[in-house]
Every structure is written in C-alpha cells, then in structure tokens.
Design a protein around this ligand. Sequence first.
Ligand code: FES
Ligand SMILES: [Fe+2]
Length: 376
Amino acid sequence: MNENSKNITLRLINAVKNQQSDNSPDTMIEAARSYTDPSLWLKEQQQFFIDTPQLVGFAGEIESPGSFITATVMNTPVVITRAEDGILRAFINACAHRGARVAEGCGTRKRLNCMFHGWSYGLDGKLAGRPKNECFASDNAQTNLIALPVSDNHGLLVVGCHPGVSQAQVDTFLDPLAPALQDFNFRAMRSIETRKLDVNAHWKLVVNLSHESYHFSVLHRDSLSPFMTDHFVMDSYGIHTRWAFPMKGIEQLADKPENEWPRHLPGIINHTLFPGTLLIANPQDAQIIRAEPGKTIDSSVVYYTGAYYNEDGFDEEKRIEAKKAYDFGGDIFASEDLAAAEQCQQALNAGLSQMIFGKNEPVLQYWHNLWKQQLR
Ligand code: FES
Ligand SMILES: [Fe+2]
C-alpha cells in the first residue's frame, strides 16, 4: 500500500475506533432555490457543464493507435481518437456534410465513416474520401471534423464539449487533485459499459447521493449496509474533493504490521470533480458517475461507467468480477439512490422550502457552498 492510501486507511481506522468522522461544526440550511431557480439552473448549466471540462472515461481505452471511443457531453456527441501518429484528439461526432455521426460506440479502425452518405475521415479528423467527390466544389469549405480540447493526464479522459473551452483548461483541470490521483493507475482501467439513466431530479440532488453516508444504514439497509460503515474522511483539493469510507472491519488492520496491509484501501474512495462527477476508486475496479442537467430543471441525465484494472493484460475473470460489482452498484444506485432523489424532487415541486444538512453531511455542505462561490 502506498503512503497516501496508508494515510487514508489510518484516518479511517481512527474514525471507526473513535466513532469520529470529519464532521462539520454546524448544521446548514439550504434554501430550495438552489434546486428550483430557473435562472440559476441556466447559469450553472452554462458555466459548470458547457464551459467546464468533463471527465468522460479512462485513457487506457484509446492507448493503441487506431482506437476511438464516443461519449455524449451536454447533448454534444463527442468522438475521441488516437490516430496512427499516436496523437490523442477529440472532435464533435458530426459529419461535415450534414451532421450525422461518424462513429458509434468504440473500437479500432483506420477511418471513421458517416452512416448517412458515406463521407469518411481519418482519425486525425481530416476528410479522407466521399462518394461522388466530383459533385462537391474543392474550395476551402470546412470539410474536417470540428476539433475539441482533450487531455489524458492521470490516465483520465477529459474533454471540453465545444471549441470555446481551451486546451489549457482541459490540461489543468485535474491538477489540484493530482496528489490524490497519483495513487491510482487509471490508465490500466478498461471500461465495461456505460449506462445512461434519465432521472426525474435536479442534477444536484443526484450528486448529493454520493456525498453522505448517513443514508447507508437506512436506504441501503439490506444492500450496502451489511458491509459498509458510515464513517468517512474528507479532503478538498481546490474545486475537487475526496471522500473515503471503509468496509466494515477496517479497524482490524490496526493489529497488523503495515507491510501486511492489502495493496489497496479496504474501502471506497469517491473523488468528486467539479461540478459533481464522481470518480469512484475501489480496490479492484472503478466507476464514473457523471450527472448533467436534463431538459428541464427537475431532470438530469446520468452516465454510469464501470471499469476494471487490466494491469497485467486482459483477464476475463477480472472483467467478469468487475462487471458483477458494476451491476450490483448500478442496480442499487438506480433502484435505491435515484429513487430517493426523485422523491426529494417531488417534494421541491410541491413547495418544500429548504433542505437541512447535518454536521455528519459535510461533503454536502462543502459542495453547496462551492457551487455558490464558483458561480460568476
Ligand atoms: S451527413 Fe455525413 S455523409 Fe452526409
Ligand atoms: Fe447511496
């Protein structure tokens, strides 16, 4: 176990032994406006999502030349490629002819082909060929894919969903969290699948689900609670946070020499990237939960991605185990957590005027304050 994980493990052991987590000094009252004000929602949508880099996947997915993956960010279809020249690139996944998609899913190939009339592009985004080429003037009309900023720092794929997001913004987005991310070999992660979930709740209500353990023993009484405790430690890193909680029994490690501790923290580490994307690192696998505003203020779209460590080459057994964990977590998230968020939304729609965040919900408090601070 590396020093950083040891440090978190020690803090979690102390939290369990002393029955003392990183609580807030006070209770916080949050006015319902945070979730119900349409002008606030629009501003947040623009600044926090459209103009902020977004984590969409793991960089190992497109390590080899010729590979590509696709994603959707704020309704913008995105394709990320690594061409034969080895350069990582991202584009709006829209053909220069009339806009149909040039790639679906992920894979390896020499050309991206539009499904509508067959224009084809190199993985560098340049038009490579089109049927009946003689019917099109060879002037300087834009015939290449529109480039987007993209970075694979720390083994994580971060993109801007329009060309107005700068490459520097994307390159430096994760920097504040670097001390926490260095513990993980995210580049060795291979994605299992991404589920898209349409949720009838404001995006903050979805993010809030992953920011407190107070609900574990009630909402997840029969699912997670048998092996998780509600103790936690929290750290902030600029506009990002880390919030970790242990498996039951972590305190038994205190009786063992540290060199006999497992390689990874026996618990779960939730990194939250501004404005609320969860990068969840477990001992064997990882998940990304990215919630973004939906079509209306009381809806959101959630992308839930699962991945497994593939450090020593492809291992089908590891993939199957990670898929089980992904399905288990995803089913609980959908049927228990998201269902609770939708109930909270119904209450807001019915006129609930405020929410109360306890001292034992400091991550909720932190993020609600941060969202307010960050809004220009
Ligand atoms: S829209 Fe792509 S070839 Fe026509
Ligand atoms: Fe939960």
